[in-house]
Structures are given as structure tokens and as C-alpha cells.
Design a protein around this ligand. Structure first.
Ligand code: ATP
Ligand code: MG
Length: 337
């Protein structure tokens, strides 16, 4: 049994890529992890332009979506990042073993800084250090995330290794866990790009909370490729994407989908995938509406989760402080745990 950790940004508009690449993995991991820890990362969300009042709402939206999708706060540790101050403290401590050159080379930093109209914040550059702190604060061994986070995972592993070389074996070097199918769900209109919260096309992005008709319509209009064969291929990003989404929804191998649909046309493919996704997400949307109405219950669940999280993170951060010689020696008057 291993500690599982993953974080997700607070937006009310979780899309099918988040659902398949992350949320479904979280639900699957909650009985495997010892414990499984999932965090809504409001501190990451403030690295780009945002509205403070809206951010609070989005945290609750996201909490309700995850619980609606099957996350059970009693079977995992589910909390809001900013409620556990150890994350920000560890971020600063780890900054001392992180190179600016590496941060500056991260693709997400490059992409998102170009998109900023007003200010490219230092927070955006520091995003991967905070992300490393999120995971390392729990000595997590496994991090379920989509393909787009591979680079940040590698950096976090480097940070943990460098810390351990310099200060002793304190931190666990985590493993990346990318789903076999659906690690990179693509935009239905621009299948060369990943489906994305911030960078995607409106018609090409299927939201978990979309009405079934909207979902079917988006799939009907999905961009496919020239040709007629329903097979995955590098020059068929649109068709490959539809096959992979269908496989993820059905929980089968994409090769089985290819076999099943031999002789069908692209129109049929889009229709069956659209129907399957609409049906798959309907119970999540319905349950969401019930849960989102009770904000006090959601806040209560997040607060209880934060308490459980803090119980673990505070011990790890105390070890890190101690190894780094920061603050008073452990056991001295006024010292830590
Ligand atoms: P942004 O585009 O602003 O970075 P996002 O859509 O990537 O937002 P996040 O909250 O950053 O949303 O991602 C949450 C999780 O979903 C991460 O584990 C990420 O790897 C995964 N994920 C995001 N997009 C996809 C996708 N298109 N396919 C599969 N997994 C994805
Ligand atoms: Mg992302």
C-alpha cells in the first residue's frame, strides 16, 4: 500500500479530460491508497488572473463535482490546499533546492505566461515548486495525473532527490501514474491540442456538467480526419481521440473498439461516443446539483479533510525544518513536535 496524492484546480468547469485523466483515477485510487489524498489547489489558481469571490465559489463547485463523481471524503483525505499551511511553508523550503533555470524551461510556464495580458506573476514560475510541496508533504509514492503533468512530476522527483542528497533521506521520490487510456483527451475541434480549461475551444470542450444534448451536439460536430477507417494512428488525432474516449467510458481496450466498429462510418462513431458520454455523465450532473446546494456540508467535509491532512504534513515539514537547521532544534524550548 502506498500514499496516493493528487491535486486539481478549482474551476466549476471540469471537462472530460479532467474526468477521464484525473477524477476517475482518484475514485479508483481511494481504496488502494494508504491513504489516498486529494486536494483542491486554490493556491495554484491565484497564479493567473482571477476574481477572489469567484474563486471561493469554484472551490465548492469542484468539491461537489468530485464527490458527485464518486469521491468519498470518508474513504480518502479530501481538502482545500490553503487550509493546510504546511504546503506554502514547504514550498519555500524546497525553493532552496530548485533551480530557476529549470522552472523557466517548464512548458506550462511558457504557455501560460504567454497567455497573461497584464502580469506574468512569480507565482506562475513557482507553480511547480508548490506542486512539489503538495506531494512531498505527504511522502506520497504515487501521483495520478494526466500526460500534461509529466514534466512537473520529473521536476518534483529531482527536487526530492536533491533535497535527500543534501539533507538526508527525508523525502519520498514519487512515481508518476498516467492512466493507460485517456491520459491526453484532445479538444474535439482542435484534436492536435489537449482538452483544456484555459486554452481550449468552447465547442471542442465537453464539460462534466454539460446537458446531454449539448454533449451529443459537440460530439456530432467533432473534427475527424480524411479517410474512413476507424483506427488509431498518428495522422488521425480526431478519430484516435474518439476511440480512446469511448474505450475509457466503456472500460475496455481501444483495440476492442476498433474491432467492434469495423465497417462503421465516422458519423456513426461520433454518434455512439456522444451517446455513451452523455449517459455516463448524467448521474454525475444530477448528483452535483443536489450536493452543490448544501455549502455548509461541503465546507464541513473540506475542513475535516484539512485536519486529517495537517496531521500528516505537519510531521513531514517538521522533519524537513529539522534537517535544514531552520527554526529551533527539535525538543528545545518552544521547538516543534
Ligand atoms: P489548464 O488547461 O488551465 O492547465 P486543466 O484542464 O489542465 O487546466 P487541471 O486542474 O490543471 O485542469 O488538471 C487536473 C488534472 O486533469 C491533472 O491531473 C491533469 O493532468 C488532468 N488533465 C487535464 N487535461 C487533461 C486532458 N486533456 N486529458 C487527460 N487528463 C487531463
Ligand atoms: Mg493543467
Amino acid at each position: 500500500m502506498t500514499v496516493i496524492f493528487s491535486g486539481i484546480q478549482p474551476t466549476g468547469r471540469k471537462h472530460l479530460g479532467n474526468h477521464i485523466g484525473a477524477i476517475v483515477q482518484y475514485v479508483e485510487g481511494q481504496d488502494r491508497g494508504d491513504p489516498a489524498i486529494y486536494c483542491i489547489v486554490d493556491l495554484h489558481a491565484i497564479t493567473v488572473e482571477y476574481d477572489p469571490a469567484v474563486l471561493r465559489e469554484r472551490v465548492l463547485d469542484t468539491a461537489a463535482i468530485l464527490i458527485a463523481a464518486g469521491l468519498d471524503p470518508d474513504r480518502c483525505i479530501f481538502f482545500r490546499q490553503a487550509d493546510v499551511e504546511e504546503h506554502t511553508e514547504l514550498c519555500w523550503l524546497l525553493a532552496s533546492v530548485t533551480s530557476v533555470g529549470e522552472l523557466n524551461r517548464m512548458h506550462q510556464f511558457r504557455d501560460k505566461s504567454v497567455a497573461q495580458r497584464q502580469l506574468v506573476s512569480a507565482g506562475l514560475l513557482f507553480y511547480p515548486v508548490l506542486q512539489a510541496a503538495d506531494v512531498l508533504a505527504y511522502r506520497a509514492g504515487e501521483v495520478p495525473v494526466g500526460e500534461d503533468q509529466r514534466e512537473h512530476l520529473e521536476l518534483m522527483r529531482d527536487i526530492a532527490r536533491r533535497f535527500n542528497e543534501r539533507f538526508g533521506e527525508i523525502l519520498v521520490v514519487p512515481e508518476h501514474r498516467i492512466p493507460v487510456v485517456g491520459a491526453r483527451v484532445r479538444d474535439l475541434q482542435v484534436p492536435e491540442r489537449k482538452m483544456s480549461t484555459t486554452g481550449g475551444s468552447e465547442q471542442g470542450t465537453v464539460y462534466v456538467l454539460d446537458e446531454p444534448d449539448a454533449i451529443r451536439r459537440k460530439f456530432r460536430r467533432a473534427v475527424t480526419d480524411s479517410g474512413t477507417d476507424i483506427v488509431r494512428a498518428p495522422d488521425k488525432p480526431g478519430v484516435s481521440n474518439l476511440i480512446e474516449i469511448y474505450a475509457a467510458v466503456r472500460g475496455v481496450d481501444p483495440a476492442a473498439i476498433e474491432q467492434e466498429l469495423v465497417g462503421s462510418g465516422y458519423g456513426q462513431l461520433k454518434a455512439v461516443v456522444g451517446d455513451a458520454v452523455a449517459e455516463w455523465l448524467t448521474p454525475v450532473r444530477e448528483r452535483y446539483a443536489e450536493l452543490r446546494g448544501d455549502e455548509a456540508a461541503l465546507e464541513g467535509q473540506l475542513a475535516a479533510g484539512a485536519e486529517k491532512a495537517r496531521a500528516i504534513a505537519s510531521g513531514v515539514v517538521a522533519d524537513v525544518r529539522d534537517a535544514m537547521g531552520v527554526g529551533p532544534a527539535r525538543g528545545s524550548v518552544g521547538g516543534g513536535a
